[in-house]
Design a protein around this ligand. Structure first.
Ligand SMILES: *Cc1c(COP(=O)(O)O)cnc(C)c1O
Length: 412
């Protein structure tokens, strides 16, 4: 069971504080969530990072450098495409925010490039990153190559086998990929290794974290670097339609593309905001990766948020057809937005995502990532109860990387 929601007045106060920009607060919290649940040895490194963000991230010089790289190398602004045939089929008016067109094929590059530039600004000599499915590792390796920074990517040995093409991509981009054979040999063990490396030399090394999760200030930093998605989409839509959309949708793994899409729209109370999690095979323990829909409060990787755990607080196995959504936790700002009642979170299962992927490919000539296809299904469901409604969906990435899964399922 999810925790009980606070009373309406308390929810309204949380939302007002969020809109006023009061989160994260001085303790790195988004209302009850977030913070820093880490060993003492990590605190100085996190403090240094926080001070670096405060000193540089929002200066005109840093923003000019970031903006120039986003335009000339990443390919921003990404298009906002009206999906006319999908709209006709589903009965609502659907626009796609095309993060699949960003360099390396997904929104992850916005964050990787921004953090790599910040690392360079702070005088770091090398970057460490962790990766699960390999997409964040590829984005990090590309950003580091662009800036001439050495890059070490920790990856679970099991994941390296499952994601061999991405291991090759990272190596071609000049990164060193280190197999992690301890723990569960997947993402969680890789994060622990990357943290250990960082703590050994916190001033010379920069830890480039891949989603809006982890200890403060990472959820804030990643949100600031991804919020360009929603700012662009909002301006593009207003320019084109002269009004705000009725709704915006995004898929939620750790929550970075979703918070990036949502953040600019949170103050627009007429705009419904919906996050779609991985429903996997079903609603039972271990059958999905829907931390907001089925999770309970707890601490994972330095952060207090909602997570999938059993009655003893043991982290649950997760399951999803999309590797990028297959994570037992979620960023603290999403937990806040749900508690404040501003964003609704729902889930789409494996079969629903696969069906939406095929419809998008056939009707729009766009092969979306399996992750993004969960949000597509959410929009399809929404359209039934909102005929003619105008909705923007964050198409977080392209589906080429999912071909092995698609060969095994829909092409079989
Ligand atoms: C990694 C990934 C996601 C999930 O990560 P978030 O941090 O939740 O955005 C979603 N879509 C694509 C295409 C990804 O590569």
């Amino acid at each position: 069971m999810s925790m009980a929601l606070p009373d309406p007045a308390a929810r309204e106060r949380l939302l007002a504080d969020e809109i006023a920009g009061k989160f994260p607060d001085a303790r790195g919290r988004f209302g009850p969530y977030g913070g820093r649940y880490v060993p003492e040895t990590l605190i100085p490194a996190l403090d240094r990072l926080e001070a670096g963000i405060r000193a540089h991230l929002h200066t005109p010089q840093f923003q000019a450098r970031l903006g120039s790289e986003l335009a000339s190398w990443v390919g921003r602004p990404t298009a906002l495409s009206f999906a006319s045939r999908l709209s006709a089929a589903w009965g609502a008016q659907v626009w796609l925010k095309r993060e699949d067109l960003a360099h390396t094929g997904a929104h992850k590059i916005n964050n990787a490039l921004g953090q790599a530039l910040l690392a360079q600004q702070l005088g770091a000599q090398r970057i460490v990153a962790e990766t699960g499915a390999g997409q964040h590792g590829v984005a990090s390796a590309a950003a580091c190559a662009r800036l001439g920074l050495p890059c070490t990517v920790y990856m679970g040995a099991v994941d390296m086998e499952r994601q061999a093409p991405n291991v090759g991509r990272m190596r071609l981009l000049g990164a060193e990929v280190v197999p992690v054979t301890g723990g569960d040999q997947t993402l969680r063990a890789a994060i622990d290794e990357a943290l250990r490396d960082w703590v050994a030399d916190p001033s010379g090394t920069f830890y480039l974290l891949g989603s809006a999760v982890g200890p403060h200030p990472y959820p804030y930093l990643v949100r600031e670097l991804q919020a360009i998605i929603g700012r662009e989409a909002r301006a593009q839509f207003l320019q084109d339609q002269g009004v705000l959309p009725d709704a915006v949708f995004a898929c939620v793994g750790g929550g970075s593309n979703a918070i990036g899409m949502f953040h600019a729209f949170v103050p627009d109370r007429s705009v419904q905001i919906v996050g779609v999690e991985a429903g996997g095979r079903g609603s039972g323990l271990g059958e999905n990766a829907a931390s907001l829909s089925y999770g309970r409060p707890g601490v994972l990787q330095g952060c207090y948020s909602l997570l999938l755990q059993d009655d003893d607080g043991q982290i649950q196995e997760t399951d999803s057809i999309s590797a990028g959504l297959d994570y037992p936790g979620v960023g603290p700002e999403h937990a806040l937005l749900m508690t404040a009642g501003r964003v609704q979170y729902e889930s789409a299962n494996d079969a629903e995502a696969l069906e939406a992927l095929q419809e998008c490919a056939r009707l729009e000539g766009i092969l979306p990532a399996l992750e993004s296809s969960h949000a597509l299904h959410g929009v399809k469901r929404w359209a039934r109860s909102h005929p003619g409604g105008r909705v923007i969906l964050c198409l977080s990435g392209r589906g080429d990387k999912d071909m092995p899964t698609l060969q095994r399922t829909v092409l079989k």
